[in-house]
Design a binder for this molecule. Structure first.
Ligand code: ADP
Length: 571
């Protein structure tokens, strides 16, 4: 049943019940009162009759009884002690013998016992309610009976009035109740609507003006809704922050719920696992093809404590940590360590390379030194051995110098202090150091450098770059070859090309010649006094200036190293 109907029904039931109660109460109260009054009067009348009858008998008694009966309108009866009716205002004297004995009537029984008897009962002859009061007299008893039409009528009238009033109240009440029920129910119904819209996640309309309890309830609901909206807003913001955070993370993040369904898969994780961006996440067990990773995931889903393991993905290596979540599910974090692994390899290779590079000359030095320390040698041999020791010591010196240079540049401890340098004299100066060796190999050197060419670079750095590149050209160019240096302006700087007609570099080696210790032919390089670090130092130096270095080469034809230095930025 709806609220207005409930309110209405209870009102109607209330009014109807009160009306019925009133009718019953009226009957009881009024009838009692009227009866008391009627019986007092009838008792007075009976007392009068008793006194009037006195000792009268026979026709005198009969005429008195009829006379008084007419005067009062009541039935008057006189009986003997034996209960025989001797006079009755309702019957002529000749009919009296037909009347039955009255001694057993309750009121007469009392009167014959010497007391006033009263009885109210339905008359056998008339069928109406009659009040009968009897009193003793000399030799018998008298009785006055009166029907109680007034009592019934008055009570009926009063009841009718009450009933009418009740009906009227009901009619008015029905109208009022309808309005009232609606009035009371309307704000409650509106509240219900508001609560339902909150439940649906919509913004409700809440009227908070009421001053009654419903108004209080509305205000409470409104406050609740505001709190809820604010909390939801905060949660939403936190959630989008978290989503953005997870999305921007370098680490791959995968979250799984209790049933093992993937709920979060950030872009880094997609990249690492080679999953198309934006597509639906795959089932948890299809995330990894690697058995250990799958097992770690299953363990985490079962709630086993956090585990960390290295996983070899298709083209990358990652550390996978799988943590169970407190409420079920798990979170997996993939940390890409490919770069670290590569660095580790580079570091290992580097240590191995350095050790190897140092070991060779050291072994030679030790060998000759031991021989020299033994029996005295012929002069020529001794000189030759000492020269070998010296040459290898120089080589070690060169290697250590190159390594120190490289580490200084790489560590950032050194940074170029560029100046405007005249390139032609610098080149000339550098070449003069190499010229004797070049001349011995009959190499033709050409410098196509305009006299006013300015190089904006660190003097020491620029010198070392030119020395290293030209030294390579001299070393790797066979007798009779040529070396040409060309300087020309390029967009935003200066280009210097060092071209030789040397042995050239095979295509597959070309991309790696700038790596540390990378040599096309290690034995030959060593023989020629190379350390394998020259071009690596060149690359680092040029790049420290903000420049670039490239190599172009054809096997057996020659090599061109192209350097680019940016020009001084005008303040
Ligand atoms: P190295 O001390 O061995 O010369 P670099 O770093 O200077 O070391 O050069 C690396 C490698 O590049 C050399 O070992 C050589 O194989 C190759 N290379 C460099 N310059 C030339 C060149 N001008 N002609 C031919 N090969 C060269």
């Amino acid at each position: 049943m709806k609220l207005p109907a409930k309110l209405f029904t209870s009102y109607v039931v209330l009014v109807a019940a009160s009306t019925v109660a009133l009718v019953l109460a009226t009957d009881r109260a009024l009838r009692g009162r009227l009866m008391r009054e009627a019986s007092a009067e009838v008792t007075r009348e009976t007392a009068y009759l008793a006194r009037a009858v006195g000792t009268l008998r026979g026709s005198d008694l009969d005429s008195l009884v009829h006379q008084l009966g007419r005067a009062t309108g009541h039935r008057l009866t006189v009986i003997t002690r034996g209960g025989v009716v001797v006079a009755d205002s309702d019957f002529p004297v000749d009919q009296l013998p037909t009347l039955e004995n009255h001694a057993a009537r309750p009121e007469f029984r009392e009167a014959l016992a010497g007391r006033t008897g009263t009885d109210l009962r339905r008359s056998v002859s008339t069928g109406r309610w009659e009040l009968k009061v009897a009193m003793p007299i000399e030799g018998g008893a008298v009785r006055v009976s009166t029907p109680l039409p007034q009592v019934d009528a008055v009570v009926a009238d009063a009841q009718n009035a009450v009933l009418l009033g009740g009906l009227l109240a009901l009619a008015v009440g029905v109208v009022l109740a309808l309005g009232f029920a609606r009035e009371v129910a309307r704000p409650l119904l509106r509240l219900r609507e508001a609560a339902q819209s909150i439940a649906r996640g919509e913004r409700p309309v809440i009227d908070v003006r009421g001053r009654d309890e419903v108004g209080d309830l509305s205000r409470a609901l409104s406050a609740l809704e505001e709190n809820l909206t604010r909390r939801m807003g905060e949660l939403e913001r936190e959630r989008s922050e978290m989503t953005a955070l997870v999305a921007s993370m370098v680490e791959g993040v995968i979250a799984l719920d209790g049933s093992g369904t993937v709920t979060t898969l950030n872009p880094a994780a997609r990249r690492l696992l080679h999953l198309a961006p934006g597509g639906p996440p795959p089932p948890a067990l299809e995330l990894f093809r690697q058995r250990p990773a799958r097992e770690a995931l299953e363990r985490a889903l079962r709630g086993a404590p956090a585990a960390e393991l290295q996983v070899e993905l298709e083209d990358r290596t990652a550390m996978l940590s799988a943590d169970p979540l407190p409420g079920g599910g798990a979170v997996l974090v993939l940390h890409d360590i490919t770069g670290l692994k590569r660095l580790e390899t580079v570091r290992r290779d580097f240590v191995a390379n350095v050790s190897h590079e140092l070991k060779t000359p050291l072994t030679v030095i030790r060998g000759y030194a031991e021989t020299l320390a033994g029996d005295p040698l012929p002069d020529a041999e001794r000189r030759e051995f000492v020269a070998k020791v010296l040459a290898n010591a120089r080589r070690m010196q060169q290697l250590v110098d190159d390594l120190l240079d490289l580490s200084r540049i790489e560590s950032g401890a050194w940074s170029p202090a560029p100046e405007r340098l005249a390139l032609a004299p610098l080149l000339h100066d550098v070449w003069s150091g190499l010229a004797p060796r070049a001349a011995a190999a009959h190499l033709v050197f050409t410098a196509r450098v305009p006299a006013d060419t300015i190089l904006f670079a660190d003097p020491q750095g620029a010198r070392q770059v030119l020395v290293n590149v030209l030294d390579n050209s001299v070393r790797y160019t066979p007798d009779g070859g040529s070396i040409t240096v060309t300087a020309s302006p390029a967009a935003g700087g200066l280009r210097i090309e060092i071209a030789d007609t040397g042995i050239g570099i095979p295509g597959e080696h070309l991309p790696r010649i700038f790596e540390r210790f990378y040599r096309v032919d290690p034995a030959r390089s060593r023989e020629l006094g190379g350390t394998g670090l020259g071009l690596s130092i060149v690359k680092h130096l040029v790049e420290a200036h903000g420049g670039r270095v490239e190599a172009e080469s054809r096997l057996g034809t020659g090599t061109t190293i192209r350097l680019f230095f940016p020009e001084a930025r005008r303040a």
